[in-house]
Design a protein around this ligand. Sequence first.
Ligand SMILES: Cc1ncc(COP(=O)(O)O)c(C=O)c1O
Length: 390
Amino acid sequence: MANVFAKKNLVLKHGKGAVVWDINGKEYVDCTGSYGVALLGHCHPKVVAAICEQAPKLISCHASFYNDKRSEFLQKLIAIAPKGLNKAFLSNSGAEAVECAIKLARKFTGKPEIIAMMGAFHGKTMGALSATWDKKYREPFQPLVPEIKHVPPDNLDKLREAITEKTAAVLAEPVRGEGGIRVPPEGFLKGLREICDEKHVLLMFDEVQTGFGRTGKLFACEHAGIVPDVMCLAKPVAGGLPIGVTLAKENVMSSLKLGEHSTTFSGSPLVCAAGCAAIDALVEEKLAERAAENGKYFKAKLEQLQQKHLIVKEVRGLGLMLGMELKYDVLNVILKAKERGILILDAGRNVLRFLPPLVISKEQIDEVIAVLDGVLGEEENARASGTPSN
Ligand SMILES: Cc1ncc(COP(=O)(O)O)c(C=O)c1O
């Protein structure tokens, strides 16, 4: 495999709920959730059953043919989507969902310019990468797609100034994930909607990480009581199988004409069967509510650690999308936590990121907190005695 993933030196063999096991049978509480994919919990029984039931029937079916599972999935998806987002393009990843959104914005408006946020992450294919902010991802691949520019986040005045006659759309994550788990200030998302309406540009939300209950609502835009014109989804939508979804208002999606966008795997029956089961589980198990409740519990516990450990700078997040910013590099904390059975992600150099399955229990959260308490204490002592390991 290409050497582009920073390997964790761990061979995972199976998983259930919020727990994964390595090849030696060692157990880990998984706060990475496969980068937010395993939102329902690993190997959710409904998803497993749906895959097993569909696989012998029909696995692939090009979107130029109709398919029963694809139409069932689309109906379920539109039923839970924010009102008005009633047309979907199905693809295979978050970056692809964003690619489609960028093309859609240009096609619908006839204008070239997309405004994204500094600190944003939208994926690494050329279009999505052009909207991603971090220069370590962008610089080796110049020139990128033209007319995609960035404005400071959380600043409505700067955004208003940046919109020109050429602007087609504003693209934003409702909570920036990879950019450090940054929740925008109260009123910001509503302000975005108002400015986009006033200036007649599209508002496009990338809910690849925030969507599907992660933040305590089915979609993060619901916290602000607004609906974007275009919404990108991916990660957990098919219960762990690869999927990307670009949702749009009907008039916006209708601007794409025959052949102007496609992908061979769009809405395969196997993926759609898993997607149907994933939506059923999400709704029936009230996982968004669970994320809200357990997210509050988890965040409060992280805040207690902040009170206790001076190396913790800030705790942020919404629902079960949580971040803890340290004053130093987090790598050592992540490695030590892994040795003690807890898997945690980073979000930049200084931020610990928690994207656990929404089925994580309070007891499992307590386990995570106990390990983190110990590791943070050791890091603090090491720094105090001048022997930090990074
Ligand atoms: C907000 C956001 N958008 C897009 C992407 C890209 O998704 P993928 O890795 O499936 O291409 C990610 C991935 O982490 C993401 O967090």
